[in-house]
Write a protein that binds this ligand. Structure first.
Ligand SMILES: NC(=O)c1ccc[n+]([C@@H]2O[C@H](COP(=O)([O-])OP(=O)(O)OC[C@H]3O[C@@H](n4cnc5c(N)ncnc54)[C@H](OP(=O)(O)O)[C@@H]3O)[C@@H](O)[C@H]2O)c1
Ligand SMILES: *[C@@H]1O[C@H](CO)[C@@H](O)[C@H](O)[C@H]1NC(C)=O
Length: 317
């Protein structure tokens, strides 16, 4: 049988497409294995100078508290943020008690992240003599709103945006000169959420705030490398579901406890990626979800949201 000209073109085209597709998936797979399983850890890059500090916001509970504990055990002094003094001090006592090796310094500051009148200059002033080499902008929380945005006041909605975006922005803004003067590499993390990558109903203020943090990360990196480059770099963590007090799912591989999540992510700090999923099973989930059609995603997201709204209403009744 003789192929005609058109057949020939399409056969070649498909062969090339096939090779490119295979190459694309191989490249993604190789980069996955490298990032989570082969890359040497780089956290020590931020343990420079005498007494380096890590600053963590929202550190009285959940991911923030767990990350603080891991960093303390790996040699960092800490500056922790919370809003409830009793609870934050209890977390600090716990970290001190669990830490092996020499005791390190743990300081703290209190601020309501949703308040309009936080004095960031004053906050930063009290730590101005400390060498801060790692900042984890972790404070945040997704407040699922059972109604559309026009059912709430602007001030109420702005509270969500302050907690999830503006507090991290203002704190970073106030800290920057000090970070540039740390005399070595500094990493500033913005804790984001995979819910910013899909459109989930009733979660707009939260998801949009996280998207703000991602674009902020990209632009601030460009800022710090443009002109006379500094050693401050920014990274956005694309976080999937983690079991904390506010989430009552059963722990599993895809739903890790905050403590396991924090242990796992120590390996990716300093990896140099601008947007990174800090926990390998979440990255696998996100890859698969990315292959699904949008309509299926939205259907699934809507059902999940409805279930959470129903459960929340039952609990508050
Ligand atoms: N858990 C998840 O599944 C998940 C998924 C994606 C992204 N994330 C992100 O991960 C970060 C941490 O979440 P988490 O699950 O660990 O939350 P969490 O367990 O609720 O802890 C939140 C921390 O932030 C503090 N905080 C909350 N609202 C505050 C406010 N208005 N003012 C001052 N402090 C406030 C809390 O203080 P109190 O102890 O006083 O309440 C606590 O220390 C958030 O940015 C969240 O968006 C979490
Ligand atoms: C502060 O934390 C303590 C200890 O966890 C708790 O008993 C108390 O209710 C909290 N206060 C507020 C205002 O949430």
């Amino acid at each position: 049988m003789i192929l005609d000209y058109n057949d020939l073109i399409s056969t070649q085209t498909f062969t090339i497409l096939g090779i490119l597709t295979a190459f694309y998936f191989f490249q993604r797979f190789a980069s996955f294995v490298w990032l989570y399983y082969l890359r040497p850890p780089s956290l020590h890059k931020f343990l420079h100078g005498k007494e380096p500090y890590a600053l963590i916001t929202g550190a009285s509970d959940g991911i923030g508290r767990a990350v603080a504990k891991e960093l303390y055990e790996r040699g960092f002094n800490l500056i922790l943020h919370g809003r409830n003094e009793t609870k934050l001090k209890a977390a600090i006592d716990q970290i001190h008690a669990s830490g092996k090796g020499p005791k390190r310094d743990i300081r703290f500051f209190l601020a309501s992240a949703d308040a309009a009148d936080v004095d960031f200059t004053k906050i930063v002033e009290q730590f101005k003599d400390l060498r801060i080499t790692l900042v984890i902008n972790n404070v945040g929380g997704g407040r699922l709103r059972a109604q559309r945005i026009d059912a709430f006041s602007g001030e109420d909605l702005l509270g969500d945006i302050r907690v999830n975006a503006l507090f991290s922005f203002d704190l970073t803004h106030a800290l920057l000169p000090q970070l540039r003067a740390a005399g070595g590499p500094v990493e500033v993390v913005f804790v984001g959420s995979q819910s910013a990558d899909i459109a989930i109903p009733r979660l707009s203020t939260y998801a949009a705030s996280k998207s703000f943090l991602y674009q902020l990360t990209r632009c601030l990196n460009a800022d710090e490398t443009y002109g006379s480059p500094s050693q401050v770099r920014f990274t956005y963590w694309n976080v999937g579901t983690v079991i904390t007090n506010s989430l009552r799912e059963k722990p599993s591989l895809f739903y890790p406890l905050a403590a396991d999540f924090a242990k796992n992510l120590m390996g990716i700090i300093g990896c140099g990626r601008e947007k990174v999923t800090p926990y390998a099973p979440h990255a696998m989930q996100q890859l698969l979800v990315g292959l699904l059609p949008k309509s299926i995603l939205l259907h699934h997201a809507t059902k999940t949201i409805q279930r959470i709204i129903d459960e929340t209403e039952k609990r508050t009744d």
